[in-house]
Design a protein around this ligand. Structure first.
Ligand SMILES: NC(=O)c1ccc[n+]([C@@H]2O[C@H](COP(=O)([O-])OP(=O)(O)OC[C@H]3O[C@@H](n4cnc5c(N)ncnc54)[C@H](OP(=O)(O)O)[C@@H]3O)[C@@H](O)[C@H]2O)c1
Length: 260
């Protein structure tokens, strides 16, 4: 079993560790983590059952595979500080805006790298994990990584040029889905349904509709047509959503992410 380290133990790193340990693909005692706020780190590591480290160098020394999970703008400094300590290690980056080419320019030659883009549902093993086609991870490390990632969600490989668009869809997607859940939930509450039941209805409808599409492969437009009877109630709701610009709102949201 390989030992893995995390540089940064914020929202995404915690979601991944929760998913990895729940899947039992790795034991918490084989996971090391560093973050500057030691008090917060020790508390979070205690909850997750993993090992806090006093420095980034300690996390790197104790691990064979290091997940770069700090903010994208911090990575240059982290690499400079660690320098040759990264030699011979495999880096797995979750940072937005960092791809294989950018790492290759910044890392020592003997450090291998794979960029991925997870999303927060990895914490309940229902994530989407985009992995960049271009990488130089040794085969053994890549197989180990794939096994870990597959235990917490659906792994989808993309060429570098599509990682940004993919990240806008699945990396940012949970925020968009949460907004839909909250909005339809508000509508349900407005019409007298208890908030808890409203969210149960919306979430289960979202999960069910998604599974129906994935399992049958039927075009989503066709699935929508199937529940719109002529002159019926659903088509009135569909028309209201179109009038409010629902489709263009989502297209604009994804474009806004990509254009930065
Ligand atoms: N959140 C998402 O949905 C999501 C999705 C896909 C990818 N990502 C990527 O995941 C990365 C982390 O995002 P996040 O949402 O988890 O952010 P976050 O919650 O703000 O966590 C950032 C972590 O980095 C640590 N940190 C700060 N300065 C550092 C330094 N100099 N060296 C090492 N660690 C440092 C922070 O520690 P302190 O708290 O001690 O300052 C914290 O543990 C980003 O690169 C982001 O692009 C996030």
């Amino acid at each position: 079993m390989k030992k893995i380290g995390f540089i940064g133990m914020g929202n995404m790193a915690q979601a991944m560790v929760r998913g990895f340990t729940q899947s039992e693909k790795i034991n918490g005692r084989d996971i090391y983590a560093f973050a500057p706020n030691q008090e917060k780190l020790i508390k979070n590591c205690g909850i997750l059952g993993i090992n806090p480290c006093a420095t980034a160098a300690e996390a790197v020394e104790k691990s064979e595979m290091i997940f770069m999970a700090c903010k994208p703008y911090q990575i240059d400094d982290v690499i400079k500080t660690l320098g040759s300590k990264l030699g011979g290690k495999s880096i797995v980056s979750v940072a937005a805006g960092w791809d294989f080419d950018r790492y290759r320019k910044a890392l020592p030659e003997s450090t291998k790298v794979q960029c991925i883009m997870p999303n927060t549902p990895v914490s309940v093993s229902k994530g989407v994990l985009l992995i960049e086609e271009e990488n130089d991870l040794p085969e053994e490390d890549r197989n180990f990584l794939l096994e870990l990632l597959e235990s917490v969600g659906k792994v989808i490989e993309l060429p570098s040029r599509l990682m940004e668009a993919g990240s806008a869809v699945s990396g940012c997607g949970p925020a968009f889905m949460d907004m839909i859940i909250e909005a339809i939930g508000d509508a349900a509450v407005k019409n007298g349904i208890q908030r808890k039941q409203a969210y149960e209805m919306v979430c289960q409808t979202m999960i069910g509709s998604a599974e129906l599409q994935l399992k049958t492969g039927i075009h989503p437009g066709q699935l929508k047509d199937n529940v719109c009877s002529p002159g019926g109630t659903t088509i009135r709701g569909v028309a209201a959503l179109e009038e409010a610009g629902m489709r263009s709102a989502f297209i604009k949201a994804i474009d806004a992410v990509i254009k930065g």
